[in-house]
Design a protein around this ligand. Structure first.
Ligand code: AHR
Length: 661
């Protein structure tokens, strides 16, 4: 009897505890019956910017730095350890660069004079070394003109820091005149800091140019293509668009140094090398060896977009060089060639193979159009000079290509005079999509989850084109891709998603960085010459972009959007193709939170899935040593018809997926 009483009291007190804890639980309501708006397929994309050695030395898999001797210091990247310039008679040999024909692009070549058999060596250091992998094949090509057949053999070797040979091949240069030679060899060891050594048999003179080396194992196995591991990371994001090639490099430090897409297509050898605008931008991060060979040019960007299923979004110079640098302006009466570049680009991307630019695309191997729908005019220009130029572009593009969507820009900051002026003027012009940039502290991102709630639904659409939480300060070299930054961006992204009616495109920036050659941090993807990994921010982006759904739904608490009350942020979508409801929940609080979610409109299968990203410390990061320290974990969750209870760990991002019945 006594025992029975104790049992009854225990049961009652358990029920009471559970009732009280349920009463304390936050309840969110989701209306699954009503679509607020469609989520644009472009909602989550990537912004490829040639900064941080992202192209040459990064995505573009070329391993030789300064392959055609066109850098400002023509032998930069090359060394000749046995060549003593001060004692011409005794030296083993010497390489100098020679310029030919003024009107030719890439006019330099390297002339090597071998004096004796004392072991002359020409060595390329790669991009902070060359990453080679045991048993993988490497393709070398070069052009040579062998004066009077003087040189009998060219030996090419990978070497390590102690000059140990890690793979070798050779070429017999048979012609007096310029001729192409190719050869393949295998690395015998994995080495992050290999170099390429070239030696010569025979004495006399040989001219060399376009000494190029690629891994055989590139993305899609394309000859002289892109780094497979890095493209895979992009592909895995399922990005809606690919914006390229920048960023400030579009504008250039001066107009002469702007990005000119026409110089980046056609024969790779003829693409004119240009100094990269980030070469000496930051005194604390000088990169005097940062140049653009344009091996990754506009054709390759379009092809990459196609490969990763993204809509291409090229950004063009609008006749204003970087306003943080020279701010040079092309006079209005000389703007025409710039506008023509935009029109020709559309023809290059979409035109028939019979049109002049369509023909070039076709000759490069892509007769089918690239289906370009979006084009950007200027990067992050500001002031009346921009508006004046934008109008000319808009008129020309729309008259010839009325269905092309034009992306304009509101300058570098998300508020202030430049921003207000730009957005006001662009609105008056009925601009279609306006690009906004924000590099702010993590708290700003959490506070700004409501940023777009008040945007005019009938005004221009938004491209959140560059954003990243800065753990220290904008462009500080001490910024880290830490967990606090990542989940704060996630909180902000729930706001982007909730406002999918106005926000049509979004992208984190910058996209990637070479761990030893970067100028700007944080970056979404980090790589060295052997490996790459996605930062915590990458994991957040991936969670959103691979769960973007098709239709926006309302998720509320007491009838209000969930925008940071109790440090909780939420957005909800339906995927009409997979028949799923997808809820994104960000708990920015240091405590776990229990939630009830009530769904109105549909019932669900009894088991759902929760994907969670979290980490113990705010300053946790992913790294080469621990590339998946912050990565998603999956678990099953029970669904009671139209109700779910979920626990959100402290500082976490969760994606709940339920299948419609
Ligand atoms: O992403 C780094 C730079 O930030 C971009 O080049 C520019 O558009 C912005 O100022």
């Amino acid at each position: 009897m006594k025992n029975n009483l104790i049992t009854k009291i225990t049961v009652c007190s358990l029920l009471l505890t559970s009732f009280l804890s349920n009463a304390q639980k936050t309840t969110l309501e989701v209306n699954t019956a009503k679509t607020i708006t469609k989520i644009q397929p472009t909602m989550y994309g990537v912004f490829f910017e040639d900064i941080n050695f992202a192209a040459d030395g990064g995505l573009y898999a070329e391993m030789i730095k300064n392959r055609s001797f066109e850098f400002e210091i023509p032998l930069m990247g090359w060394s000749q350890p046995n060549s003593d310039r001060h004692s011409y008679n005794k030296q083993s040999g010497i390489a100098t660069t020679v310029k030919v024909l003024k009107n030719k692009t890439n006019s330099n070549f390297c002339q090597v004079i071998i004096n004796n058999d004392k072991g002359y060596e020409l060595i390329n250091e790669g991009f902070r070394g060359m990453g080679i992998k045991k048993d993988l094949k490497y393709n070398l090509s070069l052009k040579a003109a062998n004066h009077n057949g003087a040189i009998k053999k060219i030996t090419i070797q990978f070497i390590d820091k102690d000059k140990k040979v890690l793979g070798e091949t050779n070429i017999v240069p048979t012609s007096n005149d310029w001729q192409n030679y190719t050869t393949q060899f295998i690395a015998t060891q994995t080495e992050a800091k290999a170099k390429l050594k070239i030696t010569f048999e025979g004495t006399g003179t040989i001219d060399l140019d376009m000494i190029s080396l690629f891994p055989d194992d590139t993305w899609n196995h394309r000859k002289n293509g892109l780094r497979k591991d890095i493209v895979q990371l992009l592909y895995d994001l399922k990005p809606g668009f690919l914006r390229f090639p920048g960023g400030c490099i579009v504008e250039g430090r001066t107009l002469a140094q702007r990005y000119q897409w026409k110089k980046t297509v056609g024969d790779v050898e003829k693409r004119e090398t240009l100094i990269n605008r980030w070469n000496i931008e930051f005194e604390h991060k000088l990169a005097p060896d940062y140049f653009q060979t344009f091996g990754l040019g506009f054709f390759e960007y379009f092809q990459l977009a196609e490969d990763i299923g993204a809509s291409p979004l090229p950004i063009l110079s609008c006749g204003m060089s970087c306003q943080f640098n020279s701010g040079e302006l092309v006079p209005m009466n000389e703007l025409n060639p710039y506008v023509q570049d935009a029109l020709d680009l559309i023809e290059f991307a979409n035109g028939p193979v019979t049109a002049p630019w369509g023909k070039i695309r076709s000759k490069m191997g892509h007769p089918k159009p690239f289906n370009l729908k979006l084009i950007g005019v200027g990067n992050e220009q500001w002031g009346p000079e921009y508006i004046e130029r934008y109008k000319v572009f808009e008129k020309a593009i729309k008259s010839k290509y009325p269905t092309m969507t034009i992306v304009s820009g509101a300058g570098p900051f998300p508020e202030g005079d430049y921003f207000e002026y730009g957005t006001k003027e662009l609105k008056k012009l009925n601009a279609e999509i306006v690009d906004e940039h924000y590099y702010k502290n993590p708290q700003w991102f959490r506070d700004n989850a409501i940023r777009y709630d008040s945007y005019d639904r009938k005004g221009p659409k938004v491209f959140a084109g560059e954003y990243a939480a800065q753990s220290v300060a904008i462009a500080s070299p001490d910024n880290k891709n830490n967990w606090e930054c990542a989940f704060s961006e996630a909180a902000f992204m729930t706001g982007l998603e909730r406002n999918a009616e106005v926000v049509h495109l979004t992208s984190y920036a910058p996209l990637m960085a070479h761990a030893e050659a970067w100028q700007w941090t944080p970056d979404m993807i980090w790589f060295n010459n052997l490996e790459s990994y996605g930062s915590a921010n990458y994991q957040v982006q991936k969670l959103f972009s691979t769960n973007k759904g098709t239709d926006l739904l309302a998720i509320t608490r007491d009838g209000k959007a969930v925008t940071g009350q109790n440090n909780l942020f939420a957005s909800a979508v339906k995927d009409v193709i997979t028949r799923e409801i997808i809820i994104k929940l960000v708990n920015a609080s240091a405590n776990a939170q229990d939630l009830n979610i009530d769904f109105k409109g549909n019932k669900f299968q009894s088991k759902g899935k929760v994907t969670t990203l979290t980490s113990a410390k705010l300053d946790d990061v992913n790294s080469f040593e621990s590339p998946t320290k912050i990565s998603p974990t999956e678990s099953e969750i029970k669904c009671n018809g139209d109700k779910v209870s979920i626990n959100l760990p402290a500082h976490s991002v969760s994606v709940l997926k339920l299948k419609l019945k």
